[in-house]
Structures are given as C-alpha cells and as structure tokens.
Design a protein around this ligand. Structure first.
Ligand code: ATP
Ligand code: MG
Length: 297
C-alpha cells in the first residue's frame, strides 16, 4: 500500500454522506506495527516530509495550516512530536488553544486564530482551534454567554452561521495560498478510558490528568454528534478533514504523515531557481573564493 492511497482513504471527500460510525478508531488497513512494511512507510513519510518542508520554506509562497482536534488523550501532542520529528523546527509553529481569555472574548471567535496563522513558507499547527467554538461550545451552550454576543445574534441559527463563517474563512485562506489539512483524531471511548487509567497509574503521566477530562467523557455522545456535524459542514476540497483512526498511535502517525506528504506533493514545490544575472554573480563569487590564498580545497 502506498502513502498516497492511505491519505485518500481517510480524507472526507463526500461530507454529505459522512457518518462517524463508519470510521473505526482501531483501523490499521491490515498493517502491523511489528512488520517492516509499516515501519518503512512511516520512515519514508517522515523523510519525504523533511524534504518537502525545506522546499516549502525555500520557495516562500505557500503556508501550511494543520488543525488538530480530538477528545482528551486522543494523542494530539504525541502526533505533533512524532510526525514533525524530521522537520526543521525553524519552519514550524505550534499553537495550543485553551479556554478563551478575557481579551479573546472581547472579539469574534476567529480573531484569536487569525493572529496565529502561519506565514508563507511555514507550517502552523493548531492544537485545538476555531473548531472548539462549534464543538465544546455546542456541547456546553452556556459558554455562549461568555462570548458576549449582542441579543439576537446568539439564537438557534448560530451553529449554521458559524459553519458558514468557518467555510468562508478557510476558503479565503486557501485562496491566499494556505494549504489546509484538518485532522480529527478518532479515539474510541474504551481506548480513552485505558489512556486515562494510564495517566492515573503512571507517575510520569499523572500531570496530564485533569478531573475535567472525566466530566467531559460523560458527554461523549454529544461530542461525537458535534464532531460529525462539524466535519460534514466544513470538509471542503480546499480544507478537507481527515478522520484518523486513533486507537493505535503508530497508525495515526502514519496516516497523518501520508496526508501531509500527499497534499504537499500536489503543490509541486521547487527550490527557487538562480538564473541570469544572479547566477552570473554566484559564479563570480565562486571564482573569487577559489582564488583565495590556499587555492582549491
Ligand atoms: P492536554 O489535556 O492534552 O494537555 P488540551 O488541549 O486538552 O491538552 P487543556 O488545557 O487540558 O488542553 O484543555 C483546554 C481546554 O480548553 C479544552 O477542554 C478545550 O475544550 C477548551 N477550549 C478550547 N477552546 C475553547 C473555546 N473556544 N471555548 C471554550 N473552551 C475552549
Ligand atoms: Mg485536556
């Protein structure tokens, strides 16, 4: 199986027909972490990503925005750590979006993400994102009162309006040269329980545990409905969602790397060409260096 095939398999190209129940969190496409094939595919993905990022940076035209969403313990942090392990840290920025601050609540919900968008040539990773405003806020509508919307703008149409605004926002970014990939880390209810128990039992993981995570777990069905709606409403060719099976972390990484490689390949990135006068000057500089005392190396 090729990386490109894996990427396409998990991309939501027909959002109208999207149904979360059709996506298995434990899916591995018949691959096994112990076998050489999966290991070499992941390594291949990471190496190709490294090269593509160099070209992205050097050509300085496109920017890449990766949106990561998922329930607690779905593996967002470790995905960032592993998939980005080969890339130059200078070209990548990660931003984690938490509960909005008092200042952020003084603005529309896209304001804070707008300030963190990647510059040309860079990869920006959003660990949670503007989608929280149609996910956690949808599950907890009481949070809307914190958003200080004027009366009449917080009615029942608000979710439809937010999806519409997100689609327009992302289309605008795409038209301005941002490649957008959105990853939903689809972890199962049972696997989340296991990971929470690990966090409680293992001293090195305890700091990651929060009582709030258990409260939110009780609202699992509501969250899944909110995710399903958000993916259906906002997966578009210019900003597709990928539903990553997240019960096996090695497979989540493989699909994420595959999706990035496939999407970046489509940009046909090239190193800037040095031509004409610039090339002549370069050659002149080369000659001068060669003529330095000591001659050729
Ligand atoms: P981890 O638990 O893996 O360290 P995390 O992303 O869950 O990472 P936390 O600090 O635990 O980080 O939680 C951030 C919380 O902020 C999440 O519960 C998330 O739902 C919440 N949040 C993010 N954006 C918003 C928003 N716009 N409105 C309300 N809550 C939000
Ligand atoms: Mg958390």
């Amino acid at each position: 199986m090729k990386l490109e095939q894996i990427a396409k398999r998990f991309r939501i190209d027909n959002p109208n027909r999207f149904c979360l129940a059709d996506h298995k969190p434990g899916e591995c496409c018949g691959l096994s972490v112990e076998k050489a094939e999966a290991k070499s595919m992941l390594q291949d993905g990471i190496t190709r990503l490294e090269e593509l990022q160099e070209k992205l940076y050097a050509s300085d035209r496109w920017s890449v925005l990766i949106v990561l969403q998922g329930m607690d313990a779905a593996g967002k942090d470790s995905l960032i750590k592993h998939v980005m392990s080969g890339v130059n840290p200078q070209g990548v920025e990660v931003h984690s979006f938490k509960q909005p601050s008092a200042e952020e609540l003084q603005h529309d919900f896209l304001w804070r993400v707008g300030k963190r968008l990647p510059a040309r040539g860079r990869i920006g990773i959003f660990n949670r994102s503007h989608y929280e405003d149609v996910l956690v806020v949808r599950v907890h509508p009481e949070l809307l009162s914190g958003a200080k919307l004027p009366a009449g703008l917080d009615g029942r149409h608000i979710w439809r309006h937010r999806y519409d605004d997100i689609r327009s926002f992302e289309r605008h970014l795409a038209r301005s040269g941002t490649l957008i990939l959105k990853f939903f880390l689809n972890v199962s209810h049972a696997e989340q329980r296991k990971r929470f128990l690990d966090r409680i039992e293992l001293p090195a993981k305890r700091w990651k545990f929060s009582m709030n995570d258990v409260t939110e777990r009780k609202l699992w069905r509501k969250y899944m409905r909110a995710y399903e709606d958000a993916i259906r409403e906002t997966s578009r060719p210019e900003a597709p969602w990928y539903v990553l099976p997240a019960d096996n972390k090695w497979f989540t990484r493989l699909v994420a790397a595959a999706a990035l490689v496939e999407a970046l390949d489509r940009l046909k990135l090239e190193y800037p060409r040095v031509q004409g006068r610039a090339l002549a000057e370069l050659k002149k500089a080369g000659k001068a260096l060669q003529a330095e005392r000591g001659g050729r190396r």
